[in-house]
Design a protein around this ligand. Structure first.
Ligand code: PLP
Length: 418
């Protein structure tokens, strides 16, 4: 089928959840996606932070081929080798004690929220005073299921589905006083992203993170750090909270975990894990043998190819180049992020839309989030030459846009605000 046929069929047959870009991709190679006409696109989005090893990576292909010949699915009623092996690697990397595997990010968040409620229940049964409230942050995004969406800040995600899970209160972003004011023994968990993704690539401050840790420790509430977008190497460390001097009680990981196969995990301390017993929580597909085998191959490749170091180096190079660009273009208001989780904030959503469209014409895929923020989430295998390609394109586009804006202002007698 060609693009127009697929578009027409989807318009008739699919639930209308996405406004897709008009490109039909048929395969990928390294950091490139290739469309139906054989055109190559530089992918600086990697399936929204999923394809960490890019496309067609031999380690992933090998793990899929070998494991699929042995066992693809097994119910969680029996043992296979993958879950314990993967849990060992993840607990070592995160400093956690135990893992629960899911199929997606939002399910890992559901597991974390249920754990927080169950853990608070256990503490109450032991005589402690602790409630059921969850504190989440302004600009947060945690997923689309009823619990995760309740902790997601933007009204547009929650309101059409009200009532979502009750008992969530939002704290102003990086506002330590607001956090202190809203925290009490009513709270069973603080849920936050160390670096907010959908909210516009915003790192929480060290002070905010430290305060969240102190407050939760003082009552037995859980500190849950959602690493679904920022974790698993994206910022140059296995977990973004490792840039802070803080160890949470619970963390969630998903997107890049199994190199493109659906897999998520909720990792927690032994103390938190006390609250869960057989039958309380579960999943049919989560932690299947195929996804676990691929995740192990991804971890081995990240280690073998020293990709954390590579992400740090390439991320620093990318960020420096964006900062240089910001000095030249006053339309760039801010440069943010860590490792290969980067963004520039522009001075208008119209400009952000135009830049996105122009980048696509130049066959470079980036993404816009929070209206004015251009987000860069490339595969970890990105090279400096690819960064240069992105920077040259952005420079050209921002220069052109400033020139046409200036011309418009001139002809209309208006004032140009670059
Ligand atoms: C920080 C964060 N948490 C949770 C999710 C939800 O993950 P999923 O789409 O796999 O359910 C996302 C997805 O973008 C995310 O960025």
């Amino acid at each position: 089928m060609k693009l127009e046929e697929v578009k027409a069929a989807e318009a008739k047959l699919l639930l209308s959840t996405y406004e897709r870009n008009p490109i039909l991709f048929v395969r990928g190679e390294g950091v490139h996606l290739i469309d139906e006409n054989g055109e190559r696109y530089l992918d600086i989005l990697s399936g929204i932070g999923v394809n960490a090893l890019g496309y067609g990576h031999p380690a992933i292909e090998k793990a899929i081929a070998e494991q699929s010949r042995k066992l693809i699915h097994l119910s969680n009623l029996f043992f296979h080798e993958g879950q314990a092996a993967l849990a060992l690697r993840l607990t070592e990397a995160s400093g956690m004690d135990r893992a629960f595997f899911s199929n997606s990010g939002t399910e890992a968040i559901e597991a974390a929220l249920k754990l927080a409620r169950a853990h608070a229940g256990l503490l109450r049964s032991e005589g402690k005073t602790i409630g059921t409230k969850v504190l989440a942050l302004e600009h947060s995004f945690h997923g689309r299921t009823m619990g995760a969406v309740a902790a997601t800040h933007k009204d547009k995600y929650r309101e059409p589905f009200a009532p979502v899970m009750p008992g969530v209160e939002f704290v102003n972003f990086n506002d330590v006083e607001d956090l202190k004011a809203k925290f009490s023994t009513d709270v069973c968990a603080i849920l936050l992203e160390a670096v907010q993704g959908e909210g516009g690539i915003r790192p929480v401050s060290k002070e905010f993170m430290a305060t969240a840790r102190e407050l939760t420790k003082s009552t037995g509430a859980l500190l849950i750090v959602d690493e679904i977008q920022a974790g698993f190497g994206r910022t140059g460390k296995w977990f973004a909270y490792q840039h802070y001097d803080v160890q949470p009680d619970v963390t969630t990981v998903a997107k890049p975990l199994a190199g493109g196969l659906p897999l998520g995990a909720m990792l927690c301390t032994e103390e938190a894990a006390r609250a869960i017993h057989p039958g309380m929580h579960g999943t049919t597909f989560g932690g299947g043998p195929l996804a676990c085998a691929v995740a192990l191959a991804v971890i081995n490749t990240i280690e073998h190819d020293q990709l954390l170091q590579h992400v740090t180096e390439t991320g620093t190079y990318f960020r420096d180049a964006l900062e240089q660009l910001a000095k030249k273009h006053s339309s760039i208001l801010d440069v943010r992020g860590l490792g290969l989780m980067l963004a520039i904030e522009l001075n208008s959503d119209e400009l952000a839309k135009k830049v996105l469209a122009e980048m696509m014409k130049r066959r470079i895929l980036i993404n816009r989030t929070s209206d004015t923020v251009l987000r860069f989430l490339p595969p970890y295998i990105l090279k400096k030459e690819h960064v240069d390609q992105v920077i040259v394109a952005l420079d050209e586009i921002l220069t052109e846009q400033a020139a046409s804006e200036s011309e418009r202002a001139h002809t209309t007698g208006g004032k140009y605000v670059g």
